[in-house]
Design a protein around this ligand. Sequence first.
Ligand SMILES: Cc1cc2nc3c(=O)[nH]c(=O)nc-3n(C[C@H](O)[C@H](O)[C@H](O)COP(=O)(O)O)c2cc1C
Length: 193
Amino acid sequence: MTENSRRPRVAIVVGSLRAESLNLKVGKSIAALAGDRLNVEIARIADLPLYNEDLDPNPPAEWVRFREQIAQMDGVVFCTPEYNRGVPGALKNAIDVGSRPPGEIVWAKKPAAVISVSPYPIGGFGANHQVRQLCAFLDMPMLQQPEAYLGRVTPEKFGADDVVTDQPLKEILSKIIDAYVAWLSLTRARSDV
Ligand SMILES: Cc1cc2nc3c(=O)[nH]c(=O)nc-3n(C[C@H](O)[C@H](O)[C@H](O)COP(=O)(O)O)c2cc1C
């Protein structure tokens, strides 16, 4: 087994579809900062057809691809904007797609963290807690601290490769990653008992 294959696999699910998304930049920064400890991949949600129970008997290929990707993960980190003090529709749709069919919820038992990112001061608190509420129902153990409502985040805080260059933001992300990595290994060790 290689060093690389021993690292936990973690999906970053980004709640924004925007090419220049601040949340995507935070997701890419996490991948860069945690690359020595986690195998991080950004899970694509932009192409997921809207969830519709009528499609369950013959699910769209995009749903199948997304469900298979999440099912293979050891953990999930949600990076989400706040839309109108709530969770963006695209992210809610992705969470719903992964929650079906009943009994095959791909999210269940996956240790999660929620990071909300906004250019505004409140930092997406409302969206963050809506995602936490969904995760509670989906049986995802949640990293509680540090809370991650990242406000006043602007494009200037990232380099040309989308990785964070702003030192205070880098330190905040590093603390979140350290806590998530430690807690992920604790959760995985407990589930092995
Ligand atoms: C439909 C819509 C609603 C928004 N509502 C909020 C909001 O409730 N709180 C907030 O902090 N920002 C709000 N914003 C601004 C977003 O935080 C901002 O556009 C942010 O850059 C979106 O995240 P992204 O850069 O990852 O795409 C809203 C933006 C849109 C398009």
